[in-house]
Design a protein around this ligand. Structure first.
Ligand code: VG1
Ligand code: CO
Length: 585
């Protein structure tokens, strides 16, 4: 177990984005690329005061191409950097929420595991020609805070060497069990434990939801469901829950065998990419009803590559993620996790997420927060009491418009949690199997009737020229003051600004988080550049219009004028040469 110091030099572009570092797989496989980044993380973590020899390092990934090789490399580098205990997901598989759950379950939160590497590019396609990614999470089970990622990035720009124990034997990660390796002179002993991937997470979910109630719902002859894992890491988790725990036939699972290239698909649960599921549920890619042969399931759901996103569908009915968050919050107290803790206390949404949940929070008198995009900002709020001895905001629910929802049971978004939350709500609304089924659509429409409807959509312009996209954002920023008060069509811009967040728990500031046009009637138009694109720039345009009367319009009709105004306000045609989005969600 001799650490070698290998000479290297800085590689450009290793700045982590919204959720870790994502690049083409080939880039990750190129000389020193992975090593440089991993060493930079270790250096940042150690400089931050972590004694890596005392805790455990967890490693797992979504199973994409290069996952298992990267795990072996990180083990060798970990040993060279002083790590003495590892937990590795069996077959290298751990979903993002499972990493969070497992870190939190395996020993007291602040001691046992000091951190985790999650090898994933989430919903980005995988395979030798597509994307690979790596995230680092801390002992709370949440994504590393900004300062740690900034320190990591700074290290990547000055790195001269990395440490590796090339003589550490390759570990068989296909079998659960422990391998102990000792140095010849007895000076060090390293234990690598391969852990069952689904165990901790499934056990946790069983304590949160009413599994008996959900089983009774699923067993009703008039209720059918399908869950599409899109060949991502969620397959084994969906099998453990729906087949092994809830006794459903395997036919409820779609695409549940993980593939290292997601079978050539794009494991992103939305109307565009979850094609098979969307068709099965009787919808087209814009959410309109289509004719299909045979019966349509009552409930459909999908997950992304690393299992932290979710899409919820009813029979010929699409629930937008923002509405899903609002409905879950409005009905949270039928879920044992919340009812047994005295009821839900606080909610948060990312800034571009629609304001649907704001109205519920106000109605139910919940603490409410609006944070920048990305899950890391929610963690501080959830840990408010534990870390800062401040106010306790738990139990807590949070969500993003990008198909992410979750609670303080873990510190990541949790795809299968959202699916079980909906099933738990449906179960509690359908206590009597002899009565007609209250459907997903019924619940969403009742919600709109009570709170109004936030018509919402997001347009993505992928692979734009970064220079043009940045210039476009700068122009809107510069024009904020002069745009404020202007009338555009039938709207008046009440405020134009760039979103800035001051963390209420630790006072840290995140600036330049998205250009907003807040209209006087509550409608909003927002622009951001993505922080997860592997290459090029992705412009995101978010459009939202609140309605209390016309609740049944097609989304495109409701948003027609505002969309045209949004395109004018940004002038993307001039800056990026197109105004046709690549994806609409
Ligand atoms: C996107 C989403 C954001 C999400 C992030 C990570 O970021 O918009 O809401 O938290 O992906 O999700 P961006 O910067 O590209 O807009 V995942 O499932 O890709 O880890
Ligand atoms: Co994801």
């Amino acid at each position: 177990l001799k650490p070698t110091l290998v000479k290297t030099s800085p590689i450009d572009g290793q700045k982590p984005g919204t959720s870790g570092l994502r690049k083409k797989t080939k880039v990750f496989m190129s000389e020193n690329y992975l090593n440089n980044f991993v060493q930079s993380v270790f250096d940042a973590v150690i400089a931050n005061g972590t004694n890596v020899s005392e805790g455990t390092l967890m490693i797992g990934g979504d199973g994409r191409y290069f996952n298992t090789e990267a795990i072996q490399t990180i083990i060798k580098m970990g040993v060279a950097n002083g790590v003495k205990r590892f937990w590795i997901g069996q077959d290298g598989l751990l979903s993002t929420p499972a990493v969070s759950a497992t870190i939190r379950e395996r020993g007291p939160v602040w001691q046992s595991a000091f951190g985790a590497f999650i090898l994933t590019a989430s919903h980005n396609p995988g395979g030798p020609e597509e994307d690979f990614g790596i995230k680092y999470n801390t002992q709370t089970g949440g994504p590393a805070p900004e300062y740690l990622m900034e320190a990591t990035y700074a290290n990547t720009t000055t790195i001269k060497n990395y440490k590796i124990c090339e003589d550490f034997p390759a570990v068989d990660i296909s079998k659960v069990g422990s391998t102990t390796v000792s140095a010849a002179d007895g000076s060090t002993t390293v234990v690598v434990e391969v852990i069952p991937s689904t165990q901790s997470h499934v056990a946790l979910l069983k304590t949160i939801f009413d599994f008996d109630g959900i089983k009774a719902l699923l067993d009703r002859p008039d209720f059918t469901m399908v869950y599409d894992s899109m060949h991502g890491v969620n397959g084994p988790f969906s099998k453990a829950i729906f087949v092994d725990e809830l006794g459903q036939p395997e036919s409820v699972l779609m695409n549940h065998i993980p593939k290292d290239d997601f079978a050539g698909g794009h494991a992103d649960p939305n109307l565009t990419y979850a094609k098979d599921l969307v068709k099965t549920m009787g919808l087209d890619r814009t959410g309109n009803k289509i004719d299909v042969a045979g019966p349509i399931p009552s409930f459909g759901a999908a997950a992304d590559g690393d299992g932290d996103r979710n899409m919820i569908l009813g029979t010929q009915f699409f629930v937008t993620p923002s509405d899903s968050l609002a409905v879950i919050v409005a009905n949270a107290n039928c879920i044992p996790f919340f009812s047994t803790q005295g009821g839900l206390k606080a909610v948060a949404r990312s800034m571009p997420t629609s304001g649907a949940v704001d109205r519920v929070a106000k109605d139910l008198n919940l603490d409410f927060f609006e944070t920048p995009t990305g899950w890391k900002f929610f963690g501080n709020l959830m840990d408010s009491k534990a870390i800062f001895k401040g106010k306790d905001y738990t139990p807590f629910i949070c969500g993003e418009e990008s198909f992410g929802t979750g609670s303080d049971h873990v510190r990541e978004k949790d795809g299968i949690w959202a699916v079980l939350a909906w099933l738990n709500i449906l179960a509690s609304r359908n206590p009597d199997a002899s009565k007609p089924l209250v459907t997903v659509e019924d619940i969403a429409k009742e919600h709109w009737a009570k709170y109004g409807r936030n018509y919402y959509c997001r347009w993505d312009f992928e692979n734009m020229d970064a220079k043009g996209a940045n210039a476009m954002m700068e122009k809107m920023r510069a024009d904020s003051a002069s745009n404020t008060g202007r009338t555009v069509g039938s709207y008046t811009i009440a405020t134009a600004d760039d979103f800035r967040y001051v963390d209420p728990v630790d006072g840290s500031v995140a600036a330049k988080q998205g250009v907003r046009f807040l209209m006087s009637d509550g409608s909003r138009v927002i622009f951001r550049l993505s922080g997860t694109a592997g290459s090029g720039a992705t412009v995101r345009m978010y459009i939202e219009q609140y309605e209390t009367e016309k609740l049944d319009l097609p989304v495109a009709t409701a948003l027609e004028e505002l969309t045209a105004i949004a395109l004018q306000l940004c002038d993307i045609k001039t800056f990026c040469g197109t105004e046709t989005p690549t994806v609409i969600t």
